[in-house]
Ligand binder design. Structure first.
Ligand code: ADP
Ligand code: ZN
Length: 218
């Protein structure tokens, strides 16, 4: 099953994507994670991406599109995948459409995580991410067993700079302008399903699994 997760910052797309990837045994493709990985390597591409990311702006389409194209062509995509954080602009959605046609794939489902600003700010201000494996925690909602340490790999946890309140506000306004138009774009295509990003991880997961069954996708 090929799906896209769409929604504002802090909608819980990454957390849900990780759970679904395990349950369905398909890869989780997060452009945010891939970009952060590039940034941490300090390559010229990473340095360029970082300038945009710390400010809460989108990285230019050309740069992200190349990364995604290469990934989708690669091995391990045969049984499907979960695209998290891509597409984020109409330009990216069009490119995805073209790439799918070329690879004879189709987009089965776009899950729109409708989420309130309140939920987003609470989640992002408390979010802690593993430096090593990208695991997501929350100081109150999903605390790690040992403070500051990842449950999965023991790596150190950090607070993303773009999760600070001022940057979160900027990310929301970028989302409203550039990404929200994708909701009606995919509604018109007929494969958009809206769910609540305000629900907790397990609750939403149950709803999604039920939805996949109903749509005969699993
Ligand atoms: P979020 O928590 O908002 O889902 P991500 O981890 O997906 O954040 O992305 C973090 C940052 O990486 C974004 O604010 C943006 O700068 C950049 N980014 C990620 N995906 C894309 C994309 N598809 N197009 C442009 N920029 C992107
Ligand atoms: Zn870890």
């Amino acid at each position: 099953m090929n799906m896209v997760l769409l929604g504002p910052p802090g909608a819980g797309k990454g957390t849900q994507a990780k759970v679904l990837a395990k349950e369905l045994n398909i890869p989780h493709i997060s452009t945010g994670d891939m970009l952060r990985d590039t940034v941490s390597k300090g390559t010229p591409l990473g340095k360029k991406a970082k300038e945009y990311m710390v400010k809460g702006e989108l990285v230019p389409d050309g740069l992200v599109i190349e990364i995604v194209k290469e990934t989708l062509k690669g091995a391990g995509m045969e049984r499907g995948f979960i695209l998290d954080g891509f597409p984020r602009t109409l330009e990216q959605a069009k490119m995805l459409h073209e790439t799918f046609s070329k690879l004879s794939k189709k987009l089965d489902l776009v899950l729109y995580f409708k989420t309130s600003l309140d939920t987003s700010v609470t989640r992002l201000s408390g979010r802690r991410v593993c430096k090593n494996c990208g695991g997501n925690f929350h100081i109150k909602n999903i605390p790690p067993k040992e403070e500051g340490k990842c449950d999965h790999c023991g790596g150190g946890l950090y607070h993303r700079k773009d999760d600070e309140e001022a940057t979160v506000k900027r990310r929301w306004s970028v989302y409203a302008k550039k990404t929200e138009p994708l909701i009606s774009y995919y509604k018109d295509e007929g494969n958009l399903r809206e769910v609540s990003g305000d629900l907790d991880v397990d609750e939403l997961n149950k709803i999604l699994i039920a939805l996949f069954h109903k749509e005969n996708l699993v």
